[in-house]
Design a protein around this ligand. Sequence first.
Ligand SMILES: O=C(O)C[C@@H](Cc1ccccc1)[C@H](O)SCc1ccccc1
Ligand SMILES: [Zn+2]
Length: 171
Amino acid sequence: ILPILSYPDPRLRTIAEPVKTVDADIKQLIADMIETMYDAKGIGLAATQVDRHIQLIVMDLSENNDSPRVFINPKVTPLVEDKKPYEEGCLSVPDVYDSVDRPVKVKIEALDGEGNAFEEIAEGLLAVCIQHEMDHLNGVLFVDYLSSLKQSRARDKVRKYLKAREKRVES
Ligand SMILES: O=C(O)C[C@@H](Cc1ccccc1)[C@H](O)SCc1ccccc1
Ligand SMILES: [Zn+2]
């Protein structure tokens, strides 16, 4: 299980580098990120969130959390102007949920966990999640789209959440 960085940690603002070769180290990181994502009850996780600044995303949108997906050096292109709001959360901004508008249909070009290139048209939750994760690789958090009042409330909520969690661990 890898530690997940919490907002407003500046390391979350790092721009991720492309992955050169899908070697054993990358494959180990992929396995660790998938384990970390399941442990944190997330459906997506970007390498940035575990302080590894490479273009790598893991995701599992399945019911029984048994079909993890890997996106390496992903490129996401909106296919329509139409945007829809979705109540987003983020493992790096615990206990904060708010509505974000994003393009409803995108094209994803990436390498899979074996380093093979693939292309996919995404709509629905996959489109929302891949855009949320892509933002992480570009140092962007979903709270950046909210008003400054909501951003300061988010900082307070995360601070309180982390303090309470520290107490739980002590007890
Ligand atoms: O990147 C993350 O922090 C994991 C995100 C992925 C996500 C964000 C917004 C919308 C969809 C996915 C979430 O924390 S995973 C938790 C979650 C689960 C179901 C629906 C929304 C969020
Ligand atoms: Zn997130």
